[in-house]
Design a binder for this molecule. Structure first.
Ligand code: IMP
Length: 177
């Protein structure tokens, strides 16, 4: 059990399960991009641990770029988006793989993809550790999904609650009051 501020979280996905799934995802990406040299775009902050573990298993040659957007406050998605920060190189004609921690309403990833597609990349795919299909508000194609989960607030392994709780190996879920 984990208590952060006023909230209690209980174990949800273990470190072993996460790592095994990441190896599978990396295997798929290695196969799919065997003849390409993609640019991996890591969405900070939440995806930093997932991305680090995933890319260690990639055997393809790739470039890595870190971007940020801010769209979330406390436990509810605001739908408010800011511009992508940190995309300093043009991405036209490149094969892009965006790495996200979680797709909830889908607004964040859709906004990122729209902004990237405006530059006309050769291809764009998305790898997300977690996906909440029930919460999705915008249709989106997700090529690499670690785990589909129910519509509950999760924490740890990069994901935060009010900036706290990112530093765990397991993923926890909020105990609803
Ligand atoms: P979306 O725009 O609603 O898809 O939200 C995506 C962003 O909200 C993610 O990149 C996370 O930063 C954050 N988020 C969504 N659901 C959760 C959650 O259950 N725990 C922690 N952060 C979340």
């Amino acid at each position: 059990m984990l208590t952060i501020k006023d909230k209690t979280f209980v174990p949800f996905i273990t470190a072993d399960t996460i790592q095994a799934r990441i190896q599978e995802l990396a295997g798929q990406i290695n196969q799919d991009y065997a003849t390409r040299q993609p640019r991996i775009i890591i969405v900070l902050n939440g995806a930093f641990i997932f991305a680090a573990d995933l890319i260690k298993h990639l055997t393809i040659t790739c470039e890595i770029t870190f971007i940020r957007v801010a769209s979330y406050s406390a436990t509810q998605s605001t739908g408010q988006l800011k511009q992508i920060i940190g995309l300093n190189e043009p991405v036209a004609n490149q094969d892009l793989i965006v790495i996200e921690d979680i797709v909830d309403t889908g607004f964040t990833i859709c906004e990122i993809c729209d902004q990237l597609k405006a530059q006309q990349p050769a291809s764009l795919s998305i790898a997300t550790l977690l996906f909440k299909p029930v919460a999705l508000r915008k249709p989106i194609d997700l090529q690499y999904v670690g785990f589909e989960i129910e519509n509950r607030f999760v924490l740890g392994y990069g994901l935060d609650y009010d900036g706290l709780g990112r530093n765990t190996q397991d993923i926890f879920v909020l105990v609803e009051a």
